[in-house]
Write a protein that binds this ligand. Structure first.
Ligand code: NAD
Length: 292
């Protein structure tokens, strides 16, 4: 029989991902803070739980998809948390994007309870979650990875074990650096092209066919063209991720000169009240600098 799944955190990513597991035949019990997301899970064929303890009690595999390290710690530790209430022998897969050190500490704490842990953050955005084509970057043990592989394959397309605990998060941090810098470059090109009076749609189409083309340009083109900044991936979350990659890079002595500047621009958007917008709103920061 397929393992029984508990899913904690049914947001922009967690809702469609958990629904893909239901479609693949898994029995999924979920818990999250918003009532309407629990109703959505039940409507999709899952079971809504009233608490984390209730959700994880009989689960073989517990999957978490919450915003950041403090939320992972809040749902994992404490009397009502996953470690106290999941059965010994359960596998905990944290798919949130958090600091590598939080993942390492969680794996150590869980081991004392007989619970195995994988860090398995994802890339591909809401569309990748809906279409089950995410890239999944995993840290942890080979045997646990092998056990989780069928679950990952129901959620994504590119699934790679990157190394020991925390490695998945380190790779995800690099992913977020590349994405932010790429969006920033596209945003600068958009403002430059518009101020130059070139047809923007035509320009982006031809750029995307050459070396300047990217998944970012493909996925965010309509956001740029329509100034549509509905998330997607919120600036608040990318701010969190730029903090993670900046700290982790400083710890190992890697320089991120361009990443540091883009991190400042992300922070400035947030400070101006745009934290709830999609990260393609970096275009707004460039427009403000350009007086547009
Ligand atoms: P979201 O804010 O839409 O969803 C987070 C969910 O976590 C919410 O449903 C909330 O109820 C739940 N939650 C928070 N605290 C909780 C608690 N104490 N108990 C139970 N549930 C709790 O966020 P999202 O966009 O789905 O992102 C989730 C994670 O995935 C983040 O780490 C993010 O960086 C990462 N991520 C997001 C995207 C994206 O495009 N949105 C892409 C890749 C990775």
């Amino acid at each position: 029989a397929l393992p029984k799944i508990a899913w904690i955190g049914l947001g922009i990513m967690g809702s469609p991902m958990s629904e893909n597991l239901i479609k693949a035949g898994y029995d999924v019990t979920g818990f999250t803070l918003e009532r309407e997301k629990l109703d959505r899970l039940a409507a999709a064929g899952g079971t809504a739980a009233g608490s984390i303890a209730e959700a994880v009690r009989d689960a073989d595999v517990v999957i978490t998809m919450v915003p950041a390290s403090p939320q992972v710690e809040a749902i994992a530790y404490g009397p009502d948390g996953i470690l106290e209430n999941a059965g010994s022998g359960a596998l905990l897969i944290d798919m949130s994007s958090i600091t590598p050190q939080t993942s390492i500490d969680l794996a150590k704490a869980a081991k004392d309870k007989g619970i195995r842990v994988l860090d398995a953050p994802v890339s591909g955005g809401e569309a990748g979650a809906i279409e089950a084509v995410l890239s999944i970057m995993v840290g942890g043990g080979q045997a646990d990875f092998d056990q989780a592989k069928p679950i990952f394959e129901a959620l994504g397309k590119t699934v790679v074990l990157c190394g020991p605990h925390g490695s998945g998060q380190t790779v995800k941090a690099a992913n977020q650096l590349i994405v932010a810098v790429n969006i920033q470059a596209c945003a600068e090109a958009v403002v430059f092209l518009e101020k130059s009076g070139v047809d923007l749609k035509a320009a982006l189409d031809v750029l995307n066919g050459g070396l300047a083309g990217s998944t970012v340009l493909t996925r965010k083109k309509d956001n740029f063209l329509g100034r549509d900044f509905k998330p997607g991936f919120r600036i608040d979350l990318h701010h969190k991720d730029m903090g993670i990659v900046t700290d982790a890079a400083r710890n190992v002595g890697a320089a991120l000169p361009v990443g540091a500047v883009v991190a400042q621009l992300v922070a400035s958007l947030r400070a101006q009240g745009d934290g709830g917008l999609d990260h393609s709103a970096l275009l707004r920061a460039v427009e403000r600098l350009s007086g547009a």
